[in-house]
Write a protein of this length. Structure first.
Length: 102
């Protein structure tokens, strides 16, 4: 089943939260002097690898976030077109009903 508008928003929020949590490293770096930065991230292999991993993860999350923003925009336009043409928005494709399994 294709993503619903709500499902896309959920994915977007999740990507935003992951980015937020991973950006803590940038805030830490911003508070450092250049000498502290060099000592922690550039003076040894472990620091360089840690910084490389964080940068890669943030780049991937940003790409995912931007893709999801585009998908939300496309879904919204699709829903508006469907509504403007008089189609039923509750046709089983736009709403994924949840059910409790307990």
């Amino acid at each position: 089943m294709a993503d619903t508008f709500g499902g896309l928003i959920d994915k977007l929020i999740t990507a935003d939260l992951k980015m937020w949590n991973n950006q803590e490293v940038f805030y830490e770096i911003r508070r450092m002097t250049y000498d502290q930065f060099k000592e922690k991230y550039l003076s040894n292999e472990e620091g360089s690898v840690e910084l490389w991993k964080v940068l890669g993860k943030l780049a991937d999350l940003n790409l995912q976030r931007n893709k999801l923003i585009d998908e939300v925009d496309e879904k919204l336009v699709s829903l508006i077109k469907q509504a403007m043409s008089g189609e039923d928005l509750d046709d089983g494709k736009n709403i994924q009903r949840k059910h409790k399994t307990y």
